[in-house]
Design a protein around this ligand. Structure first.
Ligand code: HPA
Ligand code: MOS
Length: 750
């Protein structure tokens, strides 16, 4: 992990788990997954597989020395299914062999007798059956029931949004290496090394200190490795433990797509009431989340949906209810945005329905109802600052929304087949883990006697540039050149009890901890410098790799200072801990302050529709975004651009299809389309808002990972606007993704 990381990445020189040189005697594991969505296991016969060429062993649930359990929030997920299977692809056994090919071949020799049971894939059906994970949750403010009678206009409808495959570049992977004295070293492609450590210890019935989980650099994750990297690491560890040999498990793309969970599909009902001036008086929604077969992170995802039900809008009367519906599909999981996109698309659909009913431009309704500083969210927190309006107004004027809409109307009238559409998409996203206890981080900083610095945190570099940001923070804090600083791999032996690298918060949390550790070191070094220079410590600063006394450079350079400190037996290592202040949430009252701050912005999205072919493309996405004082404008721009494209992929391109038996049909890159360069908008312009309020995060910066994904929602409504230039399509039933096939159906008046 260096500043050169992106370059190495593009050259395929980056070292993923599968690229780590293997220890001698490494064996390879392949996973046998359930062929049916729901059934009772009668016989699992692995004798032929065990006898197959090159096979060292086959392991099933009975071989687990500890607890057969990997559920992180709810204990409902066996590592290896024993008596019942709940989704196609659910792991039942692993084969370990001397080559990956032989391990895969031996999978064919496993025979399974299974008693099939009825399976449910529709969340509304699951809800009707009462098959929920946890209880439904409701967040409310004001009095919705009383407000309807005051509304001049009420719209209602249903929104269905699809799942989304993470398609990280590096598939799920782990390498488990037994070490002397009953310990184990695991390389895992995970966002959450401590979760892997904790779960492996549980599965192997050993103390956590016996397990070191190390993460070098993960080849993309997007939430798909927040919870779901654990299973594969635990399986590799189980085999390594039983055989006392290194075991590597790397899912091939096909298995990864079939066996791992994706973004949660939602189906939701809404009702929105407006007064005669177009002000939102009341909003009500019910979200049926398709959770899949086990809890995974579903309850936390649902919570974030509820917290984002009203997006960037102030609505006095709100009641939103959500439930996690258990179905017989692979457990759906974290995906960039973590439930917020699924909720935001509902309120946006409601606004568009209202705008079409009232025959006014949607953006005028949006603008009229934006949050102001001090406005309350339904969960009790208040909006700080004015970025929803500032970004909205800036986007409308800077990107000429009024004149372009008029222009589009003229051009659409003059063109038979080519139609254009434009949508404005504001986003207001809460920063912090909604699970309050996760908002903590530790950091360990060593200064070596040659003056070089090593930094360990809980942050996992997944391609989001956190290492680059951390390096910059440390360089600024210590006043030395970034080249003197190494951001280490992430290891559970150096930093304990880590929260996952998730919730857009890795730079915020780990950066704050690192800055605290640097502060401690700096204090010690300044004392040493003051002694050498014979001045009070208060007059000493360190910058440009040198000691300064009252703004005048001294001859004492960083390396000499460090060596002097070492000679004086001053501790050159510091550990620090950070917990985000002022966060609290009361689950009983459903009120509190779950977020440290909100990140807001506004996008203007323009689409071009070919109404003859039923194809559409996104021409431009222009964004005014608040990144605070950016820690690295290039990294942040990359995050915004990538998130936008991923968001557009979710709303108009990527479609998961499952056959009537619950088997994923779109399990290859030829059947599951993801955005490529050709699909991406010709223009993505990102303008960063300046002079916005310091949220109290690191160096006045703001988190950037997830919020821009939701700008992509504008793509759906831009294409919808273009379709409406051809024919009226009702707004009561919105379905994502708006694929070409779906566009054709709408154009045909389906
Ligand atoms: N975001 C991401 N991951 C999480 C969260 C969250 O808010 N809560 C628990 N895990
Ligand atoms: Mo993320 S979806 O918080 O890994």
């Amino acid at each position: 992990m260096s500043a050169r990381d992106p370059i190495a990445h593009v050259r395929a020189e980056t070292c993923f788990v599968d690229d780590i040189p293997e220890p001698q005697g490494t064996l390879y594991a392949a996973v046998f997954g359930s062929p049916v969505a729901h059934g009772v296991v009668c016989v699992l016969d692995a004798n032929a597989a065990t006898a197959a060429p090159g096979v060292a062993a086959v392991f099933t649930a009975g071989d687990i020395p500890g607890e057969n359990q990997v559920g992180s929030m709810v204990a409902d997920q066996p590592l290896l299914a024993a008596d019942r299977v709940r989704y196609v692809g659910q792991p039942l056994a692993i084969v370990v062999a001397d080559t990956p090919t032989r391990a895969h071949q031996a999978l064919e020799n496993i025979t399974l007798t299974i008693d099939k049971r009825p399976a449910v894939f529709d969340p509304r059906q699951a809800a009707e059956n009462g098959d929920l994970i946890g209880l439904p949750r409701t967040i409310a403010m004001g009095n919705v029931d009383a407000a309807w009678s005051q509304c001049a206009t009420i719209v209602s409808g249903r929104v269905d949004s699809g799942g989304q495959e993470h398609l990280y570049l590096e598939t799920q992977a782990a390498l488990a290496i037994p070490r002397p004295c009953d310990s184990m070293h695991i390389f895992s492609a995970t966002q959450s090394p401590s979760s892997v450590q904790r779960t492996v210890a549980r599965v192997l019935a050993c103390p956590m200190h016996a397990i070191e989980v190390e993460v070098q650099r993960v080849g993309g994750a997007f939430g798909g490795k927040e919870d779901q990297a654990t299973t594969w690491a635990a399986l590799a560890a189980l085999a390594a433990h039983r055989l006392q040999r290194p075991v590597k498990l790397v899912l091939d793309r096909h298995a990864d797509m079939q066996m791992t969970g994706k973004r949660h599909p939602y189906t939701s009902d809404y009702r929105l009431g407006l007064d005669a001036d177009g002000r939102f008086l009341a909003f009500q929604a019910t979200y049926y989340q398709n959770a899949g077969a086990v809890a995974d992170l579903s309850t936390a995802v649902l919570e974030r949906s509820l917290f984002h039900a009203t997006n960037s809008y102030a609505i006095a009367n709100v009641r939103v209810t959500g439930m996690c519906c258990r179905t017989h599909l692979p457990p759906f999981t974290a995906f960039r945005g973590f439930g917020a996109p699924q909720a935001m698309v509902v309120i946006e659909a409601a606004i568009v329905a209202a705008a079409e009913t009232l025959n006014v431009p949607a953006w005028t309704l949006q603008q009229k109802n934006l949050l102001h500083g001090g406005d309350a969210f339904p969960f009790g927190m208040r909006m700080q600052g004015d970025t929803p309006q500032r970004s909205f107004d800036a986007a409308v004027s800077r990107f000429h929304v009024r004149s372009r809409l008029a222009d589009i109307e003229r051009r659409n009238a003059a063109s038979t087949f080519v139609k254009r559409g434009l949508a404005v998409m504001p986003v207001c996203f809460g920063i912090a883990f909604t699970t309050t206890m996760l908002n903590q981080a530790g950091a360990l900083v060593h200064v070596f006697v040659d003056g070089s610095v090593s930094v360990s945190t809980a942050a996992v570099e997944i391609g989001q540039g956190v290492a680059t940001k951390l390096r910059r923070m440390v360089a600024t804090a210590l006043g030395i050149d970034p080249t003197r600083i190494r951001i280490e791999n992430t290891s559970t032996a150096r930093v304990a009890n880590m929260s996952p690298t998730a919730a857009s918060s890795a730079a915020d949390l780990n950066g704050a901890a690192v800055r605290l550790a640097c502060g401690t070191l700096l204090q010690r070094l300044k004392t040493v410098a003051a002694g050498i220079q014979g001045v009070p410590a208060g007059q000493v600063t360190i910058r440009d790799g040198r000691v300064w006394i009252d703004d005048a450079p001294s001859p004492l350079v960083w390396d000499a200072l460090v060596q002097a400190a070492h000679r004086q037996r001053v501790d050159l290592s510091a550990h620090a801990f950070y917990a985000t202040p002022k966060l609290h949430y009361d689950r009983q009252r459903e009120k509190g302050r779950p977020f440290a701050y909100h990140v807001c912005g506004t996008a203007v999205v323009e689409a071009r529709l070919d109404a003859l072919r039923g194809t559409a493309s996104i021409e431009s996405v222009e964004i005014v975004h608040d990144a605070g004082r950016s820690l690295d404008p290039l990294v942040d721009r990359g995050q915004v651009e990538g998130a936008v494209v991923q968001g557009i992929g979710w709303t108009i391109l990527e479609e998961l299809m499952v056959d009537p038996d619950g088997r994923l049909l779109t399990d290859t890159l030829s059947t599951y389309k993801v955005p490529d360069l050709d699909f991406s908008p010709t223009t993505i312009e990102v303008v960063f808002l300046d002079d916005t309020a310091d949220p109290g995060a690191v160096m006045a910066s703001k988190a950037v990972g997830e919020p821009p994904l939701m700008y992509g929602i504008g793509a759906y409504f831009a294409i919808r606007a273009a379709i409406r230039a051809v024919r009226d399509v009702p707004a009561e039933r919105i379905r994502l993704p708006l694929t070409h096939a779906r566009i054709l159906q709408l154009l045909e008046g389906e």
